[in-house]
Design a protein around this ligand. Structure first.
Ligand code: NAP
Length: 246
């Protein structure tokens, strides 16, 4: 089951945070479906193994999403059809205990870098005559949750950015959407989900009683990057098993 191999044929797509977790599944899936993928992360070994395992075409860029170097590299592409703006992080804890360092780290990666990478993608997308940007949000971009003031704040910002970009860029044929997953087992969430009480709370919150998989999230991205979603912009595609429908 899945999209056929032509869903993204011929499209050049940048995936950030592609070394592990959700971004890795997105990069692998896009490549399998015919895209020329540029996979970005800071750890070369992760990206090299991704490219080696891939059935499709994956170019490895070892860069920090917060760097000017990556923004310039993306801006300099002759054309670009898609971006999965995925790299992100979390610092969990009660608001009263959150440090200034945690505040800066979450905003720098989840908001500032997402903005700057999306901004850099506009030039090569304009040269391509349009494009599709998928910002990786979260169910926490739609609701609040204990211990997650920083994360929820940052993902609500991603939702706001997505809508504002969608309106501003619509006439140029650049569509902008977000994908909002529930919990997915990745290196980011493994330490949280190893706690049985936390895992039980999570399952209690998800009407479908299951975590989303990285592939579930990748398939949502594929739809938004493909021409099958040609009239969809400014929306948030929730892959959340019903968490936010309550
Ligand atoms: N997992 C979940 O339950 C879940 C749910 C909803 C939303 N999300 C969102 O989905 C996205 C991915 O989450 P994940 O769970 O897959 O995370 P993850 O397992 O921690 O993987 C993050 C990836 O991003 C890369 N990365 C981190 N900082 C980077 C930087 N400064 N520059 C370039 N690459 C960087 C990491 O590689 P390097 O460290 O080598 O750079 C890694 O490849 C995030 O935006 C997250 O908020 C996750």
């Amino acid at each position: 089951m899945g999209f056929d191999g032509t869903a993204l044929a011929g499209k050049r797509i940048v995936v950030t945070g592609a070394g592990r977790g959700i971004g890795r599944a997105c990069a692998a899936t896009c490549a399998r479906l015919g895209a020329q993928v540029i996979a970005v992360a800071r750890t070369a070994a992760d990206l090299d193994s991704l490219a080696a395992e891939s059935a499709g075409k994956i170019e490895v860029w070892v860069n920090d999403v917060a760097s000017d170097e990556l923004a310039e590299r993306i801006r300099g592409l002759d054309s670009l059809n898609g971006l999965i703006n995925n790299a992100g992080t979390n610092r969990v804890g009660p608001m009263a205990d959150q440090s200034a360092e945690n505040l800066d780290a979450v905003l720098a990666l989840n908001v500032r870098a997402v903005y700057r990478i999306a901004q850099a993608a506009l030039s090569p997308m304009r040269r391509a005559g349009g494009g599709s940007i998928v910002n990786m949000s979260s169910q926490m971009g739609h609701v609040g949750s204990p211990g997650r003031t920083l994360y929820c704040m940052s993902k609500h910002a991603v939702e706001g950015l997505t809508r504002a970009m969608a309106v501003e860029l619509a006439e140029e044929g650049i569509r902008v959407n977000s994908v909002a997953p529930t919990f997915v087992l990745t290196p980011l969430t493994e330490p949280m989900l190893e706690n049985p009480e936390f895992a039980e709370w999570v399952m209690g919150m998800i009407p479908m009683k299951k975590l989303a998989t990285p592939e579930d999230v990748a398939n949502a991205c594929v739809f938004l990057l493909s021409d099958l979603s040609a009239s969809t912009t400014g929306t948030s595609l929730r892959v959340d098993g019903g968490w936010t429908a309550r």
